[in-house]
Ligand binder design. Sequence first.
Ligand code: HDE
Length: 677
Amino acid sequence: MSENKNRKQEQLEQFKTDDKGEKLTTNQGVKVSEDEFSLKAGERGPTLMEDFHFREKMTHFDHERIPERIVHARGFAAHGEFQVYESMKEFTKADFLQDPSKKTPVFVRFSTVAGSRGSGELARDARGFATKFYTDEGNYDLVGNNIPVFFIQDAMKFPDLIHAVKPEPHNEIPQAATAHDTFWDFVANNQESAHMIMWAMSDRAIPRSFRMMEGFGVHTFRFVNAEGKAHFVKFHWKPVLGTHSVVWDEAQKINGKDPDFHRRDLWEAIENGDYPEYELGVQMIPEEEEFRFDFDILDPTKIWPEEEVPVKLIGKMTLTRNTDNYFAETEQVAFHPGHVVPGIDFTNDPLLQGRLFSYTDTQLIRLGGPNFHELPINRPVCPFHNNQRDGYGRQTINKGRVSYHNNSLAANTPEPASEEEGGFKHYEEKVDGYKVRARSDSFKDHFSQATLFWNSMSEAEKQHMIQAFSFELGKVESESVRQQVVDMFGNVSTELATEFAKAIGANPPQGKDTGVTKASPALSQENTKFKADTRKVALIIGQNFNGKEVKPVIDELKEKGLQIEVISDSQGKVTGEDGTELDVDHTFLTADSVLFDAVYAAGGEENKAFYKEAAYFVMEAFSHYKPIGATHEGRKLLEADEMKDSPGVVSSKDTESFAEQFSKAIAEHRHWDREVL
Ligand code: HDE
């Protein structure tokens, strides 16, 4: 084979594509003979209208974009599967929750809420966590967030909330940020947002990874079993790797260094075979106990504290496959909290009720008509039949004359299914009341659970929250809005509001906070799982390093599930004094400490420039409380700033138990008890 042919063969094998090796055609299937030059009257003449190939190519291109989602525009998704641990028959008849051997395919889309499609992923924001279960009884969508409560109690206010959080309308500033006047003006004047704001100002709003955040259905739903008995239910996703966050300074820097940080992390984990796992948890309350609590269980600004209503882990979801095409799958997927299956039903949560309208409506404009369910990513895996016909983009070629019901010409098919045959029957809840536009009295306590959240935070988490409030309000121009927010959060915690009032030059809050002393330990990330698995370590290393001792450390760290990336002052290879060779993944120019969980400085020749870059790298990681390991000449990097004896810094003369100690420090995620210089 000629060299050219060889290269072509290699290229054909490199990427999977359906078009591989095929001839280029128009959309009508006509083979194209030329794809670089439009048809012209003479080489230097005008382009001709009859150039159907050019017109088709350009028209299609002109129409490539669809409206981005009004919220949750920036998202990333993956395929996987779900399996229940044991039958949930006692509580629900949902088919995918019956048989532990059954694997239900899923598609999960994670997102930020406020930013537009191209915005940075490390915004301080709630994250969407939307799961489509392709069950044998139809699609079930659990369209949740990584925060278990919401800003508002009634869907009526959603457009106001989103108008307030989005970039301000006169100058389209700021992108993907809550740190501006209109957002905080909304907060201060819609005080039901207090609890959600506490979460949004906490570390939860800057997750380390999609793989390390919880998910929540937020609303109260119903489980209904085959006998028609119902339980109120709240859904949780618990990440097997634990719930972890970055620090705010780091988040802002990551947005510049790698605005795709979260999607890259998920993509790479799946490509590496480190499949992200989440356990599905449910909190259940029997119908008879609806009024047992000091909050209304239908209020979406309230959690059910896990210590009062335990979370039962009922199954596991594993994400195993990246998408083939971002647009066709991630962009065109259409979630809807109204996509339920028999055994799962709604409640009268007024936020949920409004969502049941909004999601189909939004797909009609976003996906251009009523046939979005026919797009491959949205199609159920079970057959579907009805008399709906036509509309933009219809793909099904329905046969026959009958598209109505009742009929006799098609023996009255497709026909409704009885409940025994799997027909969905709405839960027969008795409803009785006056038509009113009002908030129930039981929804009026906006502060108690916000205080509960504050009480549940560790000291480090509290400090992060004070800083978050101080940052956000420090960006607010209106002094009146700043003061209103201080006064509002004075209801939640005098300590919190007094601290950030100081930082922003406002008056301390008047009056007293709720006085609630209860805490819910489950809310603190200090009580999550801690593991070193899949953490990313930056290995800083120079030429002539001690290969004999360093190589076994690298191998051991890899064995412990850590991802090691080699950083040096130039690309190519670094060679140890014993001839050990390592491929350099990044230089100091293309990498940054904020993109890693930990740093291992392993020595080698360090000229002045190398030392300067490496010292900055280590110092920055240190200031973000990250684990740092140093051996050989790498230890010099610690001496300069007297970091050596700080928590989470593992400095070792010999490499004897270094990997063991270092991976333990990595498992701890961050070392908050460190005095940052
Ligand atoms: Fe959404 N939301 N939302 N939302 N939401 C949308 O639907 C809406 C709410 C959530 O990855 C939109 O297809 C209203 C709570 C996620 O594709 C839209 C209200 C929760 C996603 C919409 C809420 C969510 C959306 C925009 C108040 C957590 C992204 C595009 C009543 C439980 C799904 C779209 C994806 C997306 C409306 C509140 C989660 C406009 C009216 C509460 C994860 O229909």
